[in-house]
Design a protein around this ligand. Structure first.
Ligand code: SAJ
Length: 419
């Protein structure tokens, strides 16, 4: 298993491709985006992640990583393209079907196909079905238990689902250290994938079937979503009952079996905002809690906007400084960011001046730049010119702000950073 083809050079695909190249595998990184291919081949990273530029440079300089538009024959194919939801929350398998088609022509007996994309339950079996249709000469085993004998030797390929679990901001460390789950379409597939991951993963590896592996990944992110929703609901309750939510969470967490997460202005990112819906769409009549949690977290930005408007109503022409735009602390990633949604809502109608402070980006994103009353400024300017200061993201850069210097200004801290 010396040659690996990684399909989709997003934050998981690119990191995995680099790690494998540095470990000595010959890696063909494939992406449909010309910019991604070009930047990668120049030895730079198109994703924002600590040490990623250095990592891509090292991988490309080793001569082991080459990016291209089309896959080449390989021993292992790793699929890391995203599965998205349409506006109406319908699962869209277009990208994963398209990449499966591009590798189908290259497959030979003995190849291992790994799906790392976070997938609704049943996706890996769909991939098996497409491969059977497009490559009837190959044996693609049906789903069977992980202790079934190999009855497909000779013309078979191996197929497994191995979801990633890395936390953006710590990808390079967690890619190696985290425990992994490998779901095989059958036991030989699980064992073959285990042999492969053992070459670069130091965490424990657990084997199971593909459906269990798919659901486990979705459950992990749904667990986090439900727990954040609990914290967010608590913040609404505390406001109504005139108590301090941060104090309540801190004190409740002194109980040995209680661990409440932190309330905030909502949940963003690629994964937690999407994965629970994959479960809901597979079992709509069994997912009341997961669905409600999603709705609570989705409604948080509107709730915060209303609180800001109430506070801003005390000023004639308010200047509102919003600290942070990213979806989480110490990152410049804006995908589904609640902070962006809040600033965008405030920008509508040109009712006030908004100063956005986001040390991790250089220009405002498209959805904000169109509003003439939103400006990106540095922290000092934002603090000095504000009537109302709203902390939206708990970046380290905001930790040491001396609020006493700005004593007369109104403050809304949605993250409890300055409590
Ligand atoms: N958040 C809160 N309160 C908290 C914790 C988080 O409001 O107490 C918010 C964050 O501000 C952010 C959102 O939740 O907007 C999600 O951030 P996160 O750090 O919890 O998670 P992600 O989306 O960056 O990464 C998650 C991780 N999943 C889990 O922790 C269960 C990661 O391990 C997964 O690999 C990743 O999703 C993924 O790719 O699925």
């Amino acid at each position: 298993m010396k040659k690996v083809c990684v399909l989709g050079l997003g934050y998981i695909g690119l990191s995995t491709a680099c790690l494998l190249a540095i470990e000595g595998f010959k890696v063909n990184g494939v992406d449909i985006n010309a910019k991604v291919v070009e930047i990668t081949n120049l030895g730079s990273s198109h994703i924002q992640e600590p040490k990623m530029d250095f990592f891509v440079e090292k991988a490309v300089q080793s001569g082991n990583l080459v990016a291209s538009f089309e896959p080449e024959p390989a021993d292992v194919f790793i699929i890391t393209v995203p599965i998205s939801l349409t506006q109406g929350r319908v699962i869209d398998l277009t990208s994963i079907k398209a990449v499966t088609r591009t590798i189908a022509t290259h497959l030979i007996p003995g190849n291992l196909v790994i799906v790392e994309s976070t997938s609704p339950v049943g996706t890996t079996e769909k991939i098996a079905g497409w491969l059977r249709e497009w490559r009837p000469d190959l044996a693609v085993p049906p789903l069977s238990s992980v202790d079934s004998p190999d009855t497909y030797t000779g013309s078979r390929i191996y197929l497994a689902h191995c979801p990633e679990r890395v936390l953006p901001g710590q990808i390079l460390k967690e890619l190696v250290d985290n425990d992994r789950i490998i779901g095989g379409i059958d036991e030989p597939s699980a064992l073959k994938a285990q042999m492969f991951y053992k070459k670069f993963v130091q965490g424990g590896i657990s084997l199971t079937d593909v459906r269990t592996a798919e659901l486990t990944k979705l459950v992990e992110n749904s667990f986090r979503d439900v727990n954040i929703a609990f914290a967010n609901e608590l913040s609404l309750i505390c406001e109504k009952l005139d108590t301090n939510v941060w104090e309540v969470v801190k004190l409740a967490n002194r109980h040995p079996r209680v661990n409440i997460l932190q309330p905030g202005p909502g949940v963003g990112g690629h994964c937690i905002t999407r994965d629970p819906w994959f479960i809901v769409s597979s079992a709509p009549d069994k997912t009341r809690l997961i669905c409600t949690a999603r709705i609570i977290n989705n409604n948080m930005p509107d709730y915060i906007v209303n609180r800001i408007k109430e506070m801003a109503a005390h000023f004639k022409h308010p200047v509102i400084t919003c600290l942070g735009l990213s979806y989480k602390a110490d990152s410049g990633e804006l995908h589904e960011s609640p902070a962006v949604k809040i600033v965008q809502q405030l920008g509508k109608g040109n009712m006030c001046q908004i100063l956005a402070v986001e040390p991790h980006i250089k220009t405002l994103p498209d959805e904000l730049i169109k509003y003439g009353n939103i400006k990106l400024v540095d922290l000092t300017t934002g603090m000095e010119q504000a009537d109302l200061i709203v902390l939206l993201v708990n970046h380290r850069a905001f930790m040491n702000v001396d609020l006493e210097m700005y004593g007369e200004k109104a403050v809304l801290d949605t993250r409890g950073m300055w409590r």
